[in-house]
Design a protein around this ligand. Structure first.
Ligand code: NDP
Ligand code: 8X3
Length: 254
């Protein structure tokens, strides 16, 4: 059955890959992000392949705008079957005692509060319909802190706990809740983390074959397509030469 899938942060990386994979899966998409141009490009690309696409440009930190957009969705788009809470970022890799207050707030407001806003706005409809799936993009960073990861790791630990809490709270419904925890995925993530320092960003992926957005999107689509009685609760997806958030063995990049 064709599903209506809402993906936050669908303009780049894992979110963009999810948009393409859910489109290939025959689903209809509500794609969000702040980059209007990128949203328009992905809409054009997928519409040409006959996927129905609606785009909504907003910042997940802006609760009022998010509320307005979700509450005024046209009737034919209101029944969201899958919410992929993907929008997120890391900023900086400084020791905690040297961290930047603004970077901390942006990460907390986006990765935790933005995800909570979207959940609070979309899940009540799922409960009413007794149907739905929330796929949160957590991270291996939420399993344990690594050097300089401090606040980013804490936001992803929060994603794990928030996801577990939601799963418990909807266990009396047919709704499923999934936490996908990627390791090293080559996207725009490190460029954003290092405030546009592309050389430093490229170094993150040197000497190891990282995951791609498609690798994560494959798992998201798998979880969404699993039989109704199967809830893929949590998946940790690492590059083969990555042992944990902080153990990356380089020199095996072929
Ligand atoms: P990208 O930087 O490539 O993509 C991030 C996406 O998030 C963009 O589409 C961006 O859209 C969106 N976004 C960021 N801030 C906001 C905001 N305030 N409001 C709306 N959208 C926003 O990185 P990834 O694809 O790698 O990251 C996606 C998710 O995956 C994040 O939650 C990240 O923490 C997580 N992750 C990434 C890993 C990696 O190694 N890359 C590993 C584990 C988890 P726009 O700029 O248009 O707003
Ligand atoms: C992104 C992966 O290990 O860079 O969540 O934190 S990591």
């Amino acid at each position: 059955m064709k599903k209506t899938v809402l993906i936050t942060g669908a303009t780049s990386g894992i979110g963009l890959a999810c948009a393409r994979k859910f489109a290939e899966n025959g689903d209809r998409l509500i794609l969000t992000g702040r980059n209007v141009h990128a949203l328009s490009e992905i809409r054009q690309e997928l519409t040409m392949k006959e996927t129905q696409v609606m785009t909504l440009a907003f910042d997940v930190r802006d609760r009022e705008i998010a509320k307005k957009y979700i509450e005024t969705l046209p009737a034919e788009w209101k029944d969201i079957d899958v919410l992929v809470n993907n929008a997120g970022l890391a900023l900086g890799l400084e020791a905690e005692y040297k961290g930047n207050f603004e970077d901390w707030e942006t990460m907390i407001d986006t990765n935790i509060k933005g995800l909570l806003t979207m959940t609070r706005l979309v899940v009540p409809g799922m409960v009413e319909r007794n149907r739905g799936h929330i796929i949160n993009i957590g991270s291996v960073a939420g399993d344990a802190a690594y050097a300089g990861g401090n606040v980013y790791c804490a936001t992803k630990a929060a994603v794990k706990t928030i996801t577990d809490g939601l799963r418990i709270d909807v266990a009396d419904t047919a709704i499923r809740v999934t936490n996908l925890k990627p390791g090293l995925v080559e996207t725009n993530f490190s460029n954003v983390r290092f405030h546009g320092d592309s050389d430093r960003a490229a170094n993150v992926y040197k000497g190891i074959k990282p995951l791609t957005g498609d690798d994560i999107a494959d798992v998201a689509v798998y979880a969404a397509n699993a039989p109704a009685h199967v809830q893929i609760a949590e998946v940790l997806i690492l590059a083969t030469h990555q042992g944990s958030g902080s153990v990356i063995v380089r020199g095996n990049a072929d």
